[in-house]
Design a protein around this ligand. Sequence first.
Ligand SMILES: [Fe+2]
Length: 627
Amino acid sequence: MTQWIGAIARGHNGGGCLLKDGEVVFNLEEERLSRIKHDGAPLAAITKMKEYTDKLDYFLIAHTSLLNQSKVAPILDYCRDDAYYGLARKLGLLEVPNSSWAEEDYTAFPSGTKWPSNVIDVGHIHHRLHAASAFYNSGFDTACAVIVDGAGSWTSFGLEEGDREDYWEVETLFDCAYPHKFDTKYKHIATKFVSPLFYHGNFNSGFWSGYGELGINWESEENESHELLARHGCGLVKPYEAITDYCGWQGIEAGKTMGLSPYGKEHKAFPPLFKTLGDVCPDLKFASLDIFSPSYPQTALLQLDHEPYVRMKDETVPPWQMSNRQDAAWRVQNDTQEQVLALIRKAVRLTGQKNVVLAGGYGLNCVANYYYLNELKDEGINLYVEPMSNDCGTAYGAALLWHHYKNPDSKKRDKITNLYSGIQYNHSQTEIKKMTKKFGGEVLDATDKDVIDLILDRNIVSLFQGRSESGPRALGNRSILYDPTDPNGKDHVNTVKHREPFRPFAGTILQDHVHDWFDLRGMDETPFMMYAVECKPGVEDKIPAILHVDKTCRIQTVTKEQNENYYNLIQEFFERTGCPILFNTSFNLGGEPLVETLEDGIKTLASSDIEYMYLPEYGKMITIKND
Ligand SMILES: [Fe+2]
């Protein structure tokens, strides 16, 4: 009998994942459907599940806390169901509680809400869900997982009930194996309060195993004991958020700080941000409380106002243009990546595993990911970095973890080969014409050659095809393409996309050519843009539009098997120019979610200077000319 598992991640960067007998039907971020950046209320994702199945066998809810402990979780009027279970129930995906149900058929909450027992809240095991998404995608039989996250699940750490929300998991190391072993080996939990209980030692943190809490027995952790560090302070990501705030952005925009970091340099006003705790975890360093004021779940704050250089402000320019912000970005990139490297080594040491999977928000730091490759090259470590490392990935992780928990004999998963697991949209030619006409555009016949003609004439052409990409990167199905050889390309596209002018762009290369152009530090491919890699000598002047100031590029390799239409398009560019690379950036404007539907794409053309959208499956080009 078919088994349907639906999972959602709520909070921020929410989304949904639907599995049918363990295979991904779709996995999608809420923001793509709702058009609200970082949207954390995955109601549209739940509604989307109804298009594929009338009933769910299991419904999992991921976040950083349990719904019944949340003081702000949305509820439905009258029935008082929480919004997520309530919507799924109203759609018919889940059962309506019935007074005749036996006790084991439902879970009752103090609020009076009842859930059928196939609704499982996994908000208390946030880091384990990140680990699950990475491990099951990695292709490894066994691995250790390194999870580095702003703030994972919160807990009492065995204290009084009233102190329950004080501590947040910030870094966790797991020992992973099939079917569903994720044994904690080290966990760092942190609090913003200045008089906490400091603890370092072995600890049986049953809370994170779910044991006893919800009647879920993750067997491997029944008697688990692991190294635990609980302290007043920050993890590794909070300092990054604090400096992102200092640079003038929201903490969640840390990727911009990463892009700014190579503009900075070492400056004595920014001393090392991390220091040892004496005999406590001597293999690691921790955020200095002289420099950072921790706050959970909000962004931490930088506390260096006594330094004139740090305080310096020029109101006539945006913060990121100032050297003190650039130097801060350099410092935090340098210091955090060193500490994640130390965590990777600690995970290997604690587990004896040479396979390492990395996830949690910091996994998206493609500069750091490339740094580890160099540092670990002589240590025989196989590194896999999860492309769905943001919190939407916890819905995916929850779905897969539950599948392997309920189906322990199901086969090991192959290494993930593509991320085109969003929604497929099919339109008739008439519909496409009608939709385009509504926005004042027209639909023309087009070939790959026509597209490359336009790109060589220095036009921006967007590409819309197939299923949308999971994760934050555009990989050729919702992309904006341009000529990577244009010396003014970066400025031009940044202007059109309304992005800060310093921000770099990515590119896509035919995989057969990658070693001629880039140093992949021992990798054969980088299909998910998880590494900002250095170009080879002599390449610097050939693709100026996609090289960052430090001559790196977040390059994507593509093969015909992964994306035939995209491959053929780049091949056409290669045959015409000798350059096997196209400039590739996400199909959106600054601050907007990635385009999801064809209509989203047409609206983007109508509201920007982008004039072309190529639909290779239809052999058509939509054009909306600028006024
Ligand atoms: Fe997370």
